[in-house]
Design a protein. Structure first.
Ligand SMILES: Nc1ncnc2c1ncn2[C@@H]1O[C@H](COP(=O)(O)OP(=O)(O)OP(=O)(O)O)[C@@H](O)[C@H]1O
Length: 279
């Protein structure tokens, strides 16, 4: 089942239309995203991999319709939503949520955890405070937090807890798609594994699908079902099974693979313990 589809999506920003910029720097005349097509299927984690500036975030913003494509179409469950108005997009937006790279910077520092997670519910017009609180608590529990966290401010939480609150805020309106934009980059190794495990569990229990944006190919094999590799706004390679990364053939993907630093033996040991079901 195709949940979300990009059909030849293209984005050319104003400064990229040529003229002075194009003369000074020929790369500026390249579209930020150039005729990209792919689909996100139900219950899968699709990795979108590439170096900084290759167009990953622009692509995600077009899928969420936060940015209007210069050309191409966006389809959600087979329906073309490219030209839908802001009002009409409301319902679709609740089905697709974004989890930010750095949760802390996306929170209002003066808001408690309860208020942060309540915002999407208020925006959805849920006026009943008791109903909001019940949904907030239920969602907090699903990410391993509880009532004792409701009154805390973001600065009073650990990095891992902040990320869980960010995930809870994205989940509270019961989406079916999460767009995860470098969600682990501000977490250290141990917290990263916990966050991956939590997202894996939530994917199964809530029937979610993930579009996982990253520049880090080393995470893709562990976290994704399949992946697409982007460079200079276009797709250079599709990896049908992310756990067989070593079979990637494109020179650019090989270069990304080769740039993964050799991992510390202690991390490899933790990996093997975690893959042991009795651990
Ligand atoms: N609002 C904008 N106006 C003009 N150019 C932009 C704008 N947003 C992005 N770009 C350009 O589009 C290209 C793609 O940027 P984008 O942020 O999508 O890349 P990315 O792969 O997500 O990078 P990163 O991993 O660093 O976030 C870059 O060359 C960027 O400078």
């Amino acid at each position: 089942m195709k949940l979300l589809e990009a059909v030849e999506l293209t984005k050319i920003y104003d400064g990229q239309k040529g003229g002075l910029f194009a003369k000074r720097n020929p790369r500026q005349s390249l579209p930020a995203v150039n005729s990209v097509s792919f689909e996100l299927r139900q219950n899968e984690t699709l990795g979108l991999v590439g170096e900084s500036g290759c167009g990953k975030s622009t692509l995600a913003r077009m899928l969420l319709r936060l940015e209007q494509p210069s050309a191409g179409r966006v389809r959600y469950r087979g329906t073309d939503i490219t030209d839908w108005s802001f009002g009409r997009m409301r319902e679709v937006r609740s089905r697709m949520q974004l989890v930010f790279q750095n949760s802390l910077s996306s929170f209002n520092p003066a808001f408690t955890v309860e208020r942060i997670i309540a915002e999407p519910l208020r925006n959805a017009g849920i006026r009943n405070a008791a109903e909001r609180r019940a949904r907030i608590l239920h969602t907090l529990e699903s990410v391993g937090l509880g009532a004792s966290h409701l009154g805390r401010l973001p600065a009073e939480l650990s990095g891992g807890q902040q990320q869980r609150v960010g995930i809870a805020r994205a989940l509270v309106r019961k989406p079916e798609i999460l767009i995860l934009d470098e969600p682990f980059s501000s977490l250290d190794f141990g917290l990263r594994r916990q966050a991956m495990d939590l997202l894996d569990e939530l994917k199964k229990s809530l029937g979610l699908s993930y579009l996982f944006i990253t520049h880090d190919l080393s995470i893709v094999g562990r976290f994704c079902d399949r992946a697409i590799v982007m460079r200079h706004g276009g797709i250079v390679e599709e990896l049908p099974y992310a756990d067989s990364l070593e079979q990637a053939t494109h020179a650019y993907t090989r270069m990304l693979l080769d740039s993964i630093p050799a991992r510390h033996p202690r991390e490899r040991k933790i990996d093997s313990r975690l893959s042991n079901p009795s651990f």
